[in-house]
Design a binder for this molecule. Sequence first.
Ligand SMILES: C[S@@+](CC[C@H](N)C(=O)[O-])C[C@H]1O[C@@H](n2cnc3c(N)ncnc32)[C@H](O)[C@@H]1O
Length: 213
Amino acid sequence: MNSMAQRLMHNPLFSHVYERHWRPVFTRLFSLGGTGTADFDRALSAYLSRPGERLMLDVACGPGNYTRRFADGLTGDGRCIGVDYSPAMLAQAVRTNAGGHAVYLRADAHALPFPDDTFDVVTCLAALYLIGDPLPVLDELLRVTRPGGEVVIFTSVRTELNALPGVGRLAEMSGFRIFGRDEITNRLRSAGADQIEQTITGQGQYVIAVKPD
Ligand SMILES: C[S@@+](CC[C@H](N)C(=O)[O-])C[C@H]1O[C@@H](n2cnc3c(N)ncnc32)[C@H](O)[C@@H]1O
């Protein structure tokens, strides 16, 4: 935990302002003031919070902003488990986004404390670019997904703009990784994922993949 971005995630003050003040601005920044990312985000949230009795895992959940939203759609014994390694973020999640079908657990995304083939849906949103050694995390997300289940990712992607030397260097210095266009999809494919869909919105990419039956 060394980069500026990683230190920020462990800061209690940042965890307080994250959901309401930081995340909406950050989402807009991904489409550079446009609404492409926010529009896709809304559609994806609606899909993931549709009513049903699912077991969901939200990896690197931060203050539980998505965990709670997904959990609110769940019925019966459905649960959405938010996992994060920052105590400050988890404390905020428990304060503001727990209850109902949302629960939280502290764990490292590289070693999720769940058996193989457990979850109907596994999400990792706006986090992979901050996680050290992120590609093995993709294998781990797929490992805990049940056959026929989905892995959903939102992260950065290399574009003409962020490939400019000054921008790339700034991102690197703050601990923010920019993924090559095929880096995420190739790794998921190598790990055995199927039906991989990638949508690029501005500076970000959404990837949805299925673990084959
Ligand atoms: C920018 S927040 C994203 C929160 C939320 N998913 C969202 O979309 O708004 C990134 C989160 O990743 C978490 N994180 C970073 N590295 C991690 C790791 N190795 N294991 C678990 N969580 C990690 C941080 O603590 C932080 O809460």
